[in-house]
Design a protein around this ligand. Structure first.
Ligand code: HPA
Length: 270
């Protein structure tokens, strides 16, 4: 695996010669944020050695190198999902590539169902913590010591400093920013009523099918993480609507401008 990661990192190094400190992973419907990036260069995943190729609608599938608010960034326009059949290590290869390229901060975003009854469709939730409910872990197997330790800590997985910054950006701009715990599941099915009840009892505020593997790998590599969920549908047990993939993408598009503001200002400040 290490060899595969190095090959991908070498390719990106030669192609972009990136000088970036921040990398962004744009989830479902968030690919539009890529339009806010002054693109220096972009490469489809299919051209990057050892990168999986995702076929989920709404995921353009390319890595972008560009400038946001005068700062150079690398962005994943679309990510790899465990439910597509990739292994946890495959799903997170980009995070380790970023680490080898010297990236210190990872911004992740996703579409999620709102379990917290105070959340509305179109709300933004800053992720304060997560629950790994995938039943798998990208750090399982031989530990890659070059990246980090065998038993990495996961307290404060989501940077308290970046969360404070995001909160003040939201306040300054009169933006409502929810915060809460994200529970990540393998999917691909949406949840049963009993599952939603269970997730809400164990302390989750939003439910989705991504992000957790990337954050585990990023923290293992010692990166600072900032995470954000767009609440695309209500997943409160008893009140949940049938969420379709199209609805998830539509809601994510509406929230796009708020994500843009928050990401841009955070990139500007950090
Ligand atoms: N459940 C799981 N994943 C999701 C949901 C949901 O309700 N909405 C968007 N992604």
């Amino acid at each position: 695996m290490l060899q595969k990661i190095k090959e991908a990192a070498d390719f990106i190094q030669q192609r972009f010669q990136p000088e970036a400190e921040v990398a962004i992973v744009l989830g479902s419907g968030l690919g539009d944020f890529a339009n806010e990036i002054e693109v220096i260069d972009a490469v489809p995943y299919g051209e990057i050695p050892n990168f999986p190729v995702s076929e989920v609608p709404g995921h353009a599938g390319r890595m972008v190198y560009g400038v946001v608010k005068g700062k150079k960034v690398l962005a994943m326009q679309g990510r790899f999902h465990y439910y597509e059949g990739f292994s946890m290590q495959e799903c997170t290869i980009h995070v380790r590539v970023f680490s080898l390229l010297g990236i210190k901060k990872l911004f992740v975003s996703n579409a999620a169902g709102g379990l917290n009854p105070n959340f509305k469709v179109g709300d933004l939730m800053m992720i304060s913590d997560h629950i790994n409910h995938f039943g798998d872990n990208p750090l399982r197997g031989k530990n890659l010591e070059v990246f980090g330790t065998r038993f990495p800590a996961m307290n404060d997985a989501y940077s308290p400093e970046l969360r404070v910054m995001a909160k003040s950006i939201a306040e300054e701009n009169g933006m409502i920013l929810q915060q809460g715990v994200y529970i990540g599941l393998a999917g691909p099915n949406f949840e049963t009523q009993a599952e939603l009840k269970f997730f809400s009892i164990i302390g989750a505020d939003a439910v989705g099918m991504s992000t957790v593997p990337e954050v585990l790998v990023a923290r293992h590599c010692g990166m600072e993480v900032f995470g954000m969920s767009i609440i695309t549908n209500i997943a409160v047990p008893g009140l949940n609507e049938e969420a379709s993939h199209e609805e998830v993408q539509d809601a994510a598009k509406i929230t796009g401008p708020k994500v843009k503001l928050l990401f841009e200002e955070l990139i500007n400040k950090c």
